[in-house]
Every structure is written in structure tokens, then in C-alpha cells.
Design a protein around this ligand. Structure first.
Ligand code: MSP
Length: 469
């Protein structure tokens, strides 16, 4: 199916409630999904929660709940917040869904029968925070660089191993050669180089089961072990389509993820798929991280920003705009409530809000008759969104907004009348319609309001879009 687009977010761990980091990925994915729909594509947009493993089991214990009770509770905080942000996902997958569990087992059984899984002893460290086996070279002063406050677990157990090393040559070839039948791409370029360098420096096989973790899917041929949570989680992208009987959407067009989980998505996932004889996703985009007021976001620092907090302060489209424009597409980007508020006031209240309000007023006063016109995506906006750069796309749109605001201030249309005024207003209205058209994937409700307000034949007065705060 050529006319389809399948896009996914990471499935979020339920040991934590939603924060601005999860929210930016999900909002950007929604923007890309909406853009593709406007291009006439059939879109399947998947998000969900990752519910098995040691980390979740520990969090449940701390709350005095069974893992399942705990998962039900926290998963809901994700599935309920996304619609409030106007996130238009097609399915919300939970890895505790029995249908998903069965698909994971079936897939592993295939890989096992293909002789790509064997038993061996794992000796080393495990970081519960990352749910990841770490090697000595990963460590910084004896700790995981992502979880410097957490003691690493020393582990020694019999596990099942997946022959990852066997797939390294074909993965390198598939990434590097655009004509390879299983070609896939990693964005941005710097992340692709990182993956290739690591692939070329030698890769070991990986343990894909755990003997001591009970909160997980049972290994189908050996019920004394559970499936390693990352293998279970990655398969969600495939199982979700099967569960929905929408297999025609496979392979995924885009896995949008954060940079810390790139190796799983750009190497381990593809190797598992190759081993199971399933075609590979087309693009993995690994974005960077938000810092909050120049610090890592963390519960202990008390600087975590929640989507609820943003919604209350900036509204749905205010929040979507602020996140999409500060999207850490290539580098980490620093955000914070003060910065968000400044940006809201300058770009939304003064920039877009002011432009729409004063033009609408002029049209109303002069009883302006609207011409017909057709709008399309600005080629620069199109190009940016197709590179997943919502930050860059919004810059382009806002430079048009700024130019038009400047032109109005220069023209002083309130001093004009008759034909001259009519000509000026025509120009303004046509440009506002184009701007609104381009805003649709980003701030859909506001874009629709502007489109309606200016569709003619007469202006429809609307309350102010973004009141100053
Ligand atoms: N459960 C795994 C993913 C499995 S996917 C098969 C996981 N979950 S998570 O809850 O930790 O979410 C990680 C994702 O949240 C990141 O990859 C990124 O998309 C988003 N973010 C979390 N913190 C972030 C920032 N500080 N900044 C930007 N995005 C971040 O990993």
C-alpha cells in the first residue's frame, strides 16, 4: 500500500507519569501524522505504554499495588492526557494486552526455530533504570551515565541469547546502501554515524531473557524465564497492527524516538525482524533532549513539567506550539516555564493573535467582501516537516506572520479607504489564509478557527485567540 503512512512514538514506561519529555515526542508525532493525512495519506498513528520488567515491578511494589493494578492506573494517565492535547492516535497499545503477549511469544518461537537463539550465561551489570545490560565501557565512575544515583545490579544467570552479531554485516549494508532490498535510514545524520561506528567496532550477542524477573512474558519454550522487556516492547510496533488487523500498514514509515533508545530501535529491532523474516521499518528519527532551566529534568530536583501544567497555562494549541517550536530536533534544547511564557506572549498573543485580531477588525469595519483563494503548503514548511523538523517549519511560518504584521504597521490601513484599502485587505486576507492552512497540523483548532473566520463572504467575529498572560 503506497498511500499509507505508519508512525509510532516510543511506548512509555509506566513507572513514571507523563511529563514534558514524553509530551514533546507525542505532539511532534501527531503533527507529522496530521501533515501526512493532509497530503492524502492513510495514516496509522500508534502510541502506548511499556508495562513489563523489573523497573515497573519495583515501582508497583513501592506503591503497594500488584504490577497489573499499578499498570492499569498509570497507563490511564497517558491514554487520558493525549486526547486533551488533541493527539489523534489510532491505537493505544499496552504490552500487558494478552494479544500482544501471544504475538511476542510466536515471534520468538520463530527466531528460536531459525536457530538464532541459544542458551548461555550472562555475567555483568544491569541498569534497572535503563532496563539494559551495561558493559564496563558504558560506565562513568562505576555508574550508569543516565542513572548516576542508582546502584547497578551485578548479575550472573543462565539466559537465552540472540545472535545479534550474525546480523551486523547485513545491518551495515542495509543502512549504507540505498539500493539494498532492506534499506532503512537513521536521522539525523549524526545519529546514523554513531550507529554505524558502533556497528563497525564489533557487537556481541545479547541476552533476551531474564531468570529472576517474573513480571514479564514467559519464554514459550522455557517457562522458567521471562522475555527481556526491551524485546517485548519493540515488538509492540508490529503486534499493534496485527491486533487491529491493519497489517497492510507494515513496515513502519517512521519510529520517532529519543536519542537514548536509538540502539534498540536502529539495531536490535531490525536484527530481530530480519531473524523473523519480517521487513524493516523505513526511518528511525532520534531526537535530542529537553533540559529544564539548564538542568536535567528529575523528580529529585523537583523541576519536572507536566502536560497538565502546560495545558492549564497555555491551552491546547498554546502547548502544542510551544513544544513543537522548541523540539530538540538535533541538539538538546533548554525549556522552562519562564521561557515558555515569554514565547507564548511574543509569538502567539502578539504575533499570530494580534495579526488575526487587527485584520479581522479592519475587515469588519470596512465591510470587506472576501475574494476566493486557494492555499497550499509553503514548500519550505513541507520540506521541514518531511525532515521531521517541526521547529524549523514553525520558524518559516512565523517569519511570514512577522512580515505581514510589519507590512500592516507600515501601510497603516486604518488611515486608508476605498480601493487602496480594499487592495491592502485582499493581500492581508490571502496571506492569513495561507498561514492558517500551514498551521493545520501544528495547532489544528486555531487553524480551523482562522480559516472559518476568514473564509468569507463576510468576516465572522471571533474572540481573541491567545490572550496575553
Ligand atoms: N519504554 C521505553 C521505550 C520503549 S519503545 C519500544 C522508554 N520509555 S520512557 O518512558 O523512558 O520514554 C522515553 C522517551 O520519552 C524518549 O525516548 C523520548 O521520546 C521521551 N523523553 C523522555 N525524556 C525526555 C526529555 N527530557 N526530552 C525529550 N524527550 C524525552 O524508554
Amino acid at each position: 500500500m503506497d498511500n499509507k503512512y505508519y508512525i509510532t512514538t516510543p511506548i512509555y514506561y509506566v513507572n513514571d507519569i507523563p511529563h514534558v519529555g514524553h509530551t514533546v515526542t507525542t505532539v511532534v508525532a501527531d503533527i507529522i501524522a496530521r501533515y501526512q493525512k493532509l497530503q492524502g495519506k492513510k495514516v496509522f498513528f500508534l502510541t502506548g505504554t511499556d508495562e513489563h520488567g523489573a523497573k515497573v515491578a519495583q515501582a508497583a511494589k513501592k506503591e503497594g499495588l500488584t504490577p497489573k493494578e499499578f499498570c492499569d492506573q498509570v497507563s490511564r494517565t497517558f491514554s487520558e492526557i493525549w486526547p486533551r492535547l488533541n493527539i489523534d492516535f489510532n491505537y493505544f497499545i499496552r504490552t500487558t494486552n494478552p494479544q500482544h503477549e501471544k504475538i511476542v511469544q510466536d515471534l520468538l518461537e520463530i527466531i528460536y526455530k531459525n536457530d538464532d537463539i541459544y542458551k548461555s550465561r550472562y555475567e555483568g551489570y544491569y541498569c534497572v533504570g535503563c532496563e539494559k545490560f551495561v558493559t564496563e565501557t558504558d560506565l562513568v565512575d562505576g555508574y550508569c551515565p543516565y542513572h548516576p544515583n542508582k546502584e547497578l545490579q551485578k548479575q550472573s544467570e543462565e539466559n537465552y541469547f540472540f545472535k545479534l552479531s550474525k546480523y551486523v554485516p547485513v545491518l551495515i549494508e542495509a543502512i549504507e546502501n540505498p539500493n539494498h532490498p532492506q534499506h532503512y535510514d537513521i536521522y539525523p545524520e549524526s545519529k546514523k554515524s554513531e550507529v554505524l561506528t558502533r556497528l563497525k567496532s564489533g557487537v556481541n550477542d545479547i541476552s533476551i531473557s531474564r531468570a529472576e524477573v517474573t513480571w514479564g512474558i514467559l519464554v514459550p519454550w522455557d517457562k522458567s524465564q521471562t522475555v527481556y522487556v526491551w524485546v517485548d516492547a519493540l515488538i509492540n510496533y508490529y503486534s499493534a497492527l496485527k491486533i487491529n488487523k491493519n497489517e497492510e500498514f507494515w513496515p513502519a514509515d517512521l519510529h520517532l524516538i529519543g536519542k537514548e533508545i536509538l540502539w534498540f530501535h536502529a539495531v536490535i529491532w531490525e536484527a530481530l525482524l530480519l531473524a523473523a523474516g519480517i521487513s524493516l521499518p523505513k526511518i528511525i528519527y532520534a531526537h535530542s533532549f529537553y533540559t529544564i532551566d539548564n538542568q536535567k529534568m528529575s523528580k529529585s530536583l523537583g523541576n519536572v513539567i507536566s502536560p497538565q501544567q502546560l495545558l492549564e497555562k497555555y491551552g491546547v494549541d498554546g502547548t502544542r506550539y510551544l513544544l513543537a517550536t522548541s523540539f530538540p530536533s538535533l541538539e538538546d534544547s533548554d525549556v522552562g516555564i519562564e521561557k515558555f511564557t515569554q514565547k507564548y506572549n511574543s509569538d502567539l498573543a502578539n504575533g499570530l493573535g494580534n495579526l488575526v485580531a487587527r485584520t479581522a477588525k479592519l475587515c469588519e469595519k470596512s465591510n470587506f467582501e472576501f475574494p476566493e483563494s486557494k492555499s497550499d503548503f509553503d514548500p519550505a514548511v513541507k520540506d521541514s516537516v518531511e525532515k521531521f523538523r517541526t521547529d524549523e517549519a514553525l520558524k518559516t511560518i512565523w517569519s511570514r506572520i512577522q512580515k505581514l504584521n510589519e507590512a500592516i504597521s507600515r501601510d497603516q490601513p486604518w488611515t486608508l479607504e476605498g480601493k487602496t484599502l480594499n487592495e491592502k485587505l485582499t493581500n492581508y486576507v490571502l496571506e492569513i489564509r495561507k498561514i492558517a492552512f500551514n498551521l493545520q497540523p501544528f495547532i489544528p483548532l486555531t487553524a480551523q478557527n482562522i480559516i472559518k473566520q476568514f473564509q468569507g463572504p463576510k468576516i465572522i467575529p471571533e474572540p481573541s485567540l491567545f490572550p496575553r498572560i
